[in-house]
Design a protein around this ligand. Structure first.
Ligand SMILES: *[C@@H]1O[C@H](CO)[C@@H](O)[C@H](O)[C@H]1NC(C)=O
Ligand SMILES: *[C@@H]1O[C@H](CO)[C@@H](O)[C@H](O)[C@H]1NC(C)=O
Ligand SMILES: *[C@@H]1O[C@H](CO)[C@@H](O)[C@H](O)[C@H]1NC(C)=O
Ligand SMILES: *[C@@H]1O[C@H](CO)[C@@H](O)[C@H](O)[C@H]1NC(C)=O
Ligand SMILES: *[C@@H]1O[C@H](CO)[C@@H](O)[C@H](O)[C@H]1NC(C)=O
Ligand SMILES: *[C@@H]1O[C@H](CO)[C@@H](O)[C@H](O)[C@H]1NC(C)=O
Ligand SMILES: *[C@@H]1O[C@H](CO)[C@@H](O)[C@H](O)[C@H]1NC(C)=O
Ligand SMILES: *[C@@H]1O[C@H](CO)[C@@H](O)[C@H](O)[C@H]1NC(C)=O
Ligand SMILES: *[C@@H]1O[C@H](CO)[C@@H](O)[C@H](O)[C@H]1NC(C)=O
Ligand SMILES: *[C@@H]1O[C@H](CO)[C@@H](O)[C@H](O)[C@H]1NC(C)=O
Length: 598
């Protein structure tokens, strides 16, 4: 069992795990400052968006909060979960809580760290402009150092710490987090191709970012953070060695499997749809980090074998398709030797066609069943956006911005940038609610993010109302977001709309960095009149608060009775209609003794 050192000692022995120490210390300004217009460069409002988005990761920290490069910035957080990993005699303390509660989940974290690293690789100059490069370094190291501890040997990878059932029945502060907090590993007898490959992709991308003087310039003028430099060959090779063994394990272990199928106890938190796109992402990221064509050949073979072409899915913890397309274009542009070394065509045009297919189907409103715009103008992915709408729109925006300079025509370049600009403006206040969906950025920001530590509440049966005012401002957190009708209920118990998560915030720093590099004017929110957001009337009817009477937002008895009568009438009409159009078939079944036709 590990024991926490006494407080006095802890303050003296802060291990310097990051090479850059922030100076000056950044602390978020009060929300009221979101109405102050500015015209200086670099833009202070966009710098705050970037700085706050990173501050959120500090607020999510688990373990010894002073174990990083600088003392804890979030005064209302305490050291917590100091025994994590003890059930396996390992130190799995640290890392981050995944969302509004207290489990630690590796799989969505791997995509978060991939997104942060990949964004900084091409748009790192924005972190310099915002004076946030030291926070980038310490945030990445806080995450990757934990992932290294979660990967103690080649095939063993801890995918979750904490039991979802125990965790879901607790709502309270960080001092009474319920135990036990079991840790769940995958290994060669309980495999998880998706987790191994996705984690390999993150390690590989960060290794590239930390390579001193890295040459990765698919976009003219793009660069990793330069001043001061992140480059550190020791750290880059540590990261790469984890990437290689994880990927080799993923590539060799048969049958390919999902970690959530191997460990049913973690399935309720994150179950991926498939491992195929993650395998290709892992291989391609390793190809870029090593320059070895064998990895490129794997990526290409997975793309072919699993028919990864033509997806309309978003980019998120589960689906990697569009990010994969963009990464293939970057590879063709910046490392053509990878393809030729594998005996393949570089085919920049072909990869552009693949990526632009995804972008154009969105901007031209094709495949409108799979994605479309809400009436208020938010990009919506059917079947994905209904449990956290903003992440899908914002991760798409990162891809639009990142890809735009690589597009085949200048028209597309401007079209893609404009599309992303509109999505970001929606998130920052240009929406029917006049809501600014980053907590603490403007008076119209959500006041009630679904976060147990920030809320100050400890009554799981009164999450919305106790306490009436959220105890702490969770600066920089992007909430789940509005429903398909653009309405947003700022209710703490509605986790669909108000929950926060590591992966929700993963693309915000990039989005702000892009604006800083391009010297954009103020974010939209400076023009939003303060205190013009109101909770809509009626009930949300989402997965958190369904309108069938189970949620706090349930209907009155009269409304339920009305719906009941409506349902009975509706079902009757449908039966009558089916009977009418299928009357010949029904007559045949009747005659043949109810044998179902095939
Ligand atoms: C480079 O990273 C290694 C590994 O994390 C660390 O020990 C070392 O202090 C870093 N070097 C510098 C110059 O900060
Ligand atoms: C941190 O500890 C203090 C003192 O025990 C407590 O008041 C506070 O609520 C704790 N913070 C959280 C997020 O639980
Ligand atoms: C492999 O992982 C499974 C599932 O987490 C676990 O039950 C088992 O103990 C692990 N095996 C070893 C040898 O660690
Ligand atoms: C990979 O190749 C690029 C040029 O194609 C080069 O600049 C870079 O240093 C190489 N990286 C490694 C790790 O060999
Ligand atoms: C991945 O596995 C395939 C099939 O076993 C093999 O041909 C390939 O060489 C492996 N990739 C690497 C980089 O080792
Ligand atoms: C994943 O995709 C592959 C190839 O398309 C398919 O064979 C496999 O059944 C899928 N696995 C799951 C878990 O959906
Ligand atoms: C290039 O990519 C296009 C579109 O994906 C594909 O149709 C074509 O066969 C590729 N050409 C080569 C030589 O690989
Ligand atoms: C490019 O955009 C301009 C202005 O929107 C339009 O007039 C022109 O037709 C477009 N060109 C192509 C090739 O689509
Ligand atoms: C805010 O309003 C001013 C004046 O109408 C306008 O010039 C500016 O472009 C607007 N800024 C944003 C971010 O919309
Ligand atoms: C109400 O809907 C929720 C979410 O769809 C579901 O979990 C629950 O079982 C439903 N309850 C009833 C009584 O239908």
């Amino acid at each position: 069992m590990r024991l926490a050192p006494p407080v006095g000692l802890m303050a003296l022995s802060i291990p310097a795990i990051a090479q850059l120490v922030p100076s000056p210390t950044y602390n978020p300004p009060p929300a009221a400052s979101g109405t102050v217009k500015s015209s200086s460069s670099p833009n202070p409002q966009w710098s705050n968006v970037l700085g706050n988005a990173f501050w959120f990761y500090d607020a999510q920290r688990s373990g010894n909060l002073d174990a990083g490069a600088y003392p804890n910035r979030v005064t209302w957080r305490n050291n917590s979960a100091m025994q994590d990993g003890s059930d396996w005699n390992l130190d799995l303390t640290g890392g981050w809580y995944d969302a509004g509660d207290y489990i630690k989940c590796l799989f969505p974290l791997s995509n978060t760290l991939f997104a942060l690293s990949w964004g900084a690789l091409t748009h790192g100059r924005g972190w310099d402009l915002a004076q946030q490069s030291a926070y980038l370094d310490s945030t990445l190291r806080w995450g990757f150092d934990w992932m290294m501890r979660a990967h103690p040997s080649d095939d063993v990878l801890f995918v979750q710490v904490g039991d979802s059932t125990i965790d879901n029945s607790y709502w309270g502060g960080d001092q009474n987090i319920p135990t036990p907090r079991p840790s769940y590993p995958i290994n060669s007898s309980s495999p998880g191709t998706d987790a191994w490959a996705s984690t390999a992709a993150a390690f590989a991308m960060a290794s590239l970012l930390y390579t001193p003087g890295v040459s990765y310039v698919p976009i003219s003028g793009a660069s990793p953070p330069s001043s001061p430099s992140l480059g550190n060959s020791t750290y880059a090779s540590e990261l790469l060695s984890h990437a290689k063994t994880l990927y080799a394990t993923a590539n060799q272990t048969r049958p390919f499997s999902l970690f959530a199928h191997s460990i049913p106890a973690v399935a309720s938190a994150y179950t991926a749809t498939n491992y195929t796109d993650k395998l290709a992402m892992g291989a391609l990221s390793l190809a870029l980090a090593t320059n070895e064509s064998a990895y490129y050949a794997d990526a290409y073979n997975f793309y072919q074998e699993f028919a990864l072409t033509g997806s309309n899915d978003p980019w998120n913890w589960d689906s990697r398709y569009p990010a994969l397309y963009v990464l293939f274009v970057e590879a063709a542009k910046t490392r053509p030797n990878l393809a030729t070394g594998a005996g393949l065509a570089v085919n920049l045009t072909g990869w552009q066609t693949e990526a632009e297919g995804w972008f154009d189907r969105i901007v031209n409103g094709e495949d409108s069943k799979q994605h479309f715009m809400t009436p208020g103008g938010l990009l919506w992915f059917e079947g994905w956006s209904d449990e956290s709408s903003l992440i899908e729109a914002m991760s798409a925006s990162m891809l639009f911005y990142k890809y735009a300079p690589l597009a085949s025509t200048s028209n597309k370049t401007s079209q893609y940038q404009e599309f992303a600009q509109n999505q970001v403006a929606y998130m920052l206040g240009n929406n029917p609610m006049s809501a600014v969906y980053l907590v603490g950025s403007h008076p119209n920001s959500p006041q009630n993010p679904h976060s147990a530590p920030a809320s100050g509440g400890d009554n799981i049966n009164a999450i919305r109302t106790q306490p009436p005012v959220e105890a702490h401002v969770l600066y920089g957190a992007m909430v789940g977001g509005p429903l398909q009708n653009d309405k947003f209920w700022d209710w703490r118990d509605d986790w669909v709309q108000t929950e926060v998560a590591l992966d929700y915030n993963a693309v915000i720093p990039f989005l702000a960095s892009w604006q800083l590099i391009n010297d954009s004017p103020d974010p939209y929110y400076v023009n939003v009149t303060a205190n013009t957001y109101y909770v809509p009337s009626g009930d949300p009817c989402d997965a958190a608060l369904p309108c069938n009477g189970t949620g706090n937002g349930g209907l009155s008895d009269g409304a339920k009775a009305g719906i009941g009568i409506g349902v009975i009438l509706g079902v009757g009409l449908i039966i009558a209609f089916i009977w009418y159009i299928r009357r010949d078939q029904i007559a045949r079944w009747w005659r043949s003794g109810y044998v179902r036709p095939h």
